[in-house]
Design a protein around this ligand. Structure first.
Ligand code: ATP
Ligand code: MG
Ligand code: MG
Ligand code: MG
Length: 577
């Protein structure tokens, strides 16, 4: 394949786009790989689409190799299946809901458990049909609280999602293990560093879930790891509260969080352990968070943040019920001298939609307080309370979660905290969806048994961003060969017709050998601009045909290492292959 810069639909930009927060977003936009079309929505341009398809190809090859079969669902889905599992409501504000002309409810699929369950129910009825693993590579829609970092967190993005169906637990274990192995191969081939972390507390029992986190400071997940190999998403670590803390009727405050986090169960368990009489049940659209108050004298007390009463009511709705004068919005915590500063650590910061978390303090449960609400920035103070209690609020409200140096739950040494971005997620769903949607098959004895399921996701568009982010340098993008939009960036410099002829025939030779060549054949562009573009665009090998041609040599440069060599024209193709 020969891509000519003279006609390629590409404009590289000199300046960083104003909205680009992270290097990958900046470089993908400047390099003409993507264009923003909507908040959290991106158009793939020719070079970007080639990268995307390369990532997609790797994912598809590994899914096919493990025996999963590809299908493709619509993104526009009816309400009923999601109503049956409760997710129509539980998904909360993250779900794009819409109506057709007859007034029927639809949604844009955020993930497809329901549809896959119904598909298998539709066609299969016997244990002999199982196991089966199905997957799709498909556009997903989530009205994320804060779309950010370009392709990292879109509202429309591409996911490979697969679902396994088994008759029994052993079968599910095997399907899960097969997916885990395939994910290891996928991320190895993509050249992405990853840590496999537990995504669910072992103490919660039941289902097993692991995430493939790519360690990066721009990630929104916080995980812990020990030298002994323990690794868990902080969301999953259940030992969040020192058990020695006495509870003497401290207040409740409120936190609203986005749905779809496994944390709820953990936090509810902790809350119940601390306050056995409280009867915390949690709600899937809300989260109870336990923090401690650390007083200046060193004593600590727990503070439960959760919604009393109707736990289905989310904080935004509560807020809407209040007269505006009662609600004091804040964005800058430091601007409230009468508020006591608080801090909630990664237990909250690691949660989904963390940047959109809103906090309310209820005057009914914290006497003397006012309603306050605000959205936090990751890593910043996220919790304030109005003073006026009969005990000192001068202490720092600390996160009651794992701190660096704490022992790992499995005893494998001190924990360190790190940030990461979730690239993949494997999950033993068990029978939840099959039960809700009545997916049963006949077993060997002719008895109906409920199928057990797993669900497995890879962020395909997010992977493009992560690869760009982890490989770039100060000059621009640096694609690994498997993912690069072209194998070679061939630059012809100067005005000499002989140069362009030699470059053209080298391009043809490389294409004939099976390579994709991005050929900078632009006649009136200076060498400086061409080299800058080649560095920005990031093909793994840059070949320059220019002045050296008179002496019979061209230059071959490795984009990643910067290593250059002069090669005889006759040996050029061999040097590149
Ligand atoms: P996150 O914790 O980053 O919000 P998630 O846990 O909500 O992700 P899953 O529902 O597990 O995501 O979806 C599977 C995969 O889809 C994730 O591992 C991630 O790679 C990708 N993904 C999820 N949300 C987005 C998004 N908004 N933009 C791009 N990719 C996403
Ligand atoms: Mg999410
Ligand atoms: Mg997650
Ligand atoms: Mg996940």
């Amino acid at each position: 394949m020969l891509l000519r810069m003279s006609s390629l639909f590409l404009r590289t930009l000199r300046d960083d786009p104003a909205d680009a927060e992270v290097p990958s977003h900046r470089l993908l936009a400047r390099g003409g790989y993507i264009r923003r079309a909507a908040p959290g929505g991106f158009t793939w341009l020719p070079l970007g689409w080639r990268v995307f398809r390369n990532v997609e190809r790797v994912v598809r090859e590994e899914m096919d190799a493990m025996g999963a079969q590809e299908v493709h669902f619509p993104a526009l889905l009816p309400r009923e299946p999601y109503e049956a599992t409760g997710r129509w409501t539980e998904y909360g504000p993250n779900l794009f809901r819409l109506k057709d002309r007859r007034g029927n409810d639809f949604l844009l699929g955020p993930t497809h458990e329901e549809m896959f369950t119904l598909l298998v129910k539709d066609l299969y009825g016997s244990y002999k049909d199982l196991p089966v693993s199905l997957y799709q590579i498909q556009t997903k829609y989530r009205d994320e609280a804060r779309p950010r970092a370009g392709l990292f967190r879109g509202r429309e993005f591409t996911m490979k999602d697969s679902y396994s169906f088994d008759v029994d637990d052993a079968g599910l274990d095997a399907s899960y293990a097969a997916h885990r192995a395939a994910y290891i191969r996928i991320f190895d081939r993509l050249g992405l560093e990853y840590v496999i972390v537990s995504a669910m507390s072992g103490a919660m029992g039941g289902s097993k879930s692991e995430e493939f986190l790519h360690p990066t400071s721009i990630g929104e997940d916080t995980f812990v790891r020990s030298p002994g190999g323990y690794a868990a998403n902080v969301e999953a670590v259940s030992t969040v509260v020192p058990e020695s803390i006495p509870f003497d009727g401290l207040p409740e405050a409120h936190v609203e969080d986005t749905p779809d986090t496994p944390t709820i169960a953990t936090l509810v368990a902790v809350a119940n352990e601390l306050f056995p009489d409280a009867g915390y049940t949690g709600a899937s659209t809300l989260k109870n968070v336990v923090v401690t108050l650390a007083h200046p004298d060193g004593t600590r007390e727990p503070l439960v943040i959760g919604l009393p009463g109707d736990r289905e009511v989310d904080a935004k709705r509560l807020e809407a019920q209040l007269a505006p004068a009662e609600v004091e919005p804040f964005t800058d915590f430091a601007a409230h001298p009468d508020l006591v500063k608080g801090y909630i650590g990664p237990q909250v910061l690691g949660a989904e939609g963390k940047s959109g978390i809103r906090y309310l303090v209820d005057p009914r449960v914290v006497p003397g307080s006012r309603w306050i609400t605000g959205a936090n920035e990751p890593g910043k103070h996220v919790f304030d309370l109005v003073a006026g209690r009969d005990f000192s609020w001068d202490g720092v409200i600390e996160a009651a979660e794992v701190l660096p140096g704490d022992p790992a739950p499995d005893g494998s040494g001190p924990l360190e905290l790190a940030r990461g971005v979730e690239m993949g997620h494997i999950f033993q769903l068990g029978r939840k969806y099959a039960e809700a949607l009545d997916l049963k098959v006949l077993d060997e004895n002719g008895k109906l048994v409920t199928v057990t399921m797993g669900s497995y996701g890879v962020g395909v568009s997010r992977a493009v961003a992560a690869i760009a982010e982890s490989t770039h340098d100060e000059l621009g993008l640096v694609w690994p060969r498997e993912i690069a939009p072209a194998d070679v960036h061939l630059v012809a410099t100067g005005k000499d017709a002989a140069v362009f002829e030699a470059a053209q025939s080298l391009a043809e030779e490389l294409v004939a050998a099976g390579l994709t060549v991005l050929y900078d054949d632009r006649p009136k562009v200076s060498p400086g601009v061409k080299f800058k573009d080649a560095e920005l665009l990031g093909m793994p090998t840059i070949v320059t045909v220019g002045r050296g041609l008179a002496e019979g040599v061209i230059e071959v440069r490795d984009r990643a290492t910067g290593e250059r060599s002069e090669v005889a024209v006759a040996d050029a193709a061999a040097a590149v292959l």
